[in-house]
Design a protein around this ligand. Structure first.
Ligand code: MN
Length: 207
């Protein structure tokens, strides 16, 4: 998944857009001036956090089982998954049973990021960082802020997500547990699930 051209083929082939309300999306070529990041809390077979950063118009993605930490001494496993469309960043709701990733999705944090990876005092292009398996980005989100490193470890799609040392690091706080709700709607996972069920019921009554 570190080839030259980013593609949504894998993303689309796993989903039936007749059944799921996830966006089909389109791959945009123009790089953004202010690329975005999003962290989606996703309760499927198991609870995890999908960490996504915009590269080349798509969201390059990792599943982080324990979610991000702001303690610099904690390394979190991050498994790279398929690229998602940029439109996915604001997706919150349920993925129906039987579909890929079936469960509930909540936008846990969203914002912009800046590539801060340097070599010989020069910024290394983010695509190159991805290829090298060494990403360093500065996040400006609602819950998370500051530098984070994503480091590829060995074979397969395994990476580590680590908070870098800066003024935003804090070993005493754990936003994953203290700030569990959506930054878009203030809802919990249970609340989102409940709302989605109501919608379905309403639809049925209309018929
Ligand atoms: Mn997921």
């Amino acid at each position: 998944m570190t080839g030259k051209k980013r593609s949504l083929k894998a993303y689309r082939s796993r989903r039936n857009f007749m059944h799921t309300s996830e966006p089909k999306g389109r791959a945009k070529k123009k790089p953004s001036k202010r690329p975005i990041f999003v962290i989606q809390k996703h309760k499927s077979r198991s609870l995890h956090y999908d960490f996504r950063i915009e590269i080349d118009g798509v969201l390059v993605s990792w599943a982080v089982p324990k979610g991000p930490s702001i303690n610099t001494r904690i390394k979190r496993l991050a498994v790279q998954t398929e690229d998602h469309p940029k439109e996915y960043a604001r997706f919150e709701g349920i993925i129906p049973e039987g579909e890929y990733g079936a469960g509930t999705v909540l936008v846990w944090d969203i914002g912009t990021y800046k590539n801060i990876k340097k070599k010989n005092d020069k910024i290394v292009p983010i695509k190159q960082c991805l290829k090298n398996g060494q990403i360093e980005i500065f996040l400006r989100g609602k819950k998370l802020c500051g530098g984070y490193a994503l480091i590829k470890i060995g074979a397969k799609d395994q990476w580590l997500l680590i908070k870098m040392r800066d003024e935003y690091a804090d070993a005493r706080r754990n936003p994953v547990s203290s700030e569990p709700k959506s930054v878009l709607t203030g809802r919990s996972l249970a609340h989102i699930k409940q709302d989605a069920k109501k919608k379905v019921t309403r639809k049925k009554i209309k018929k």
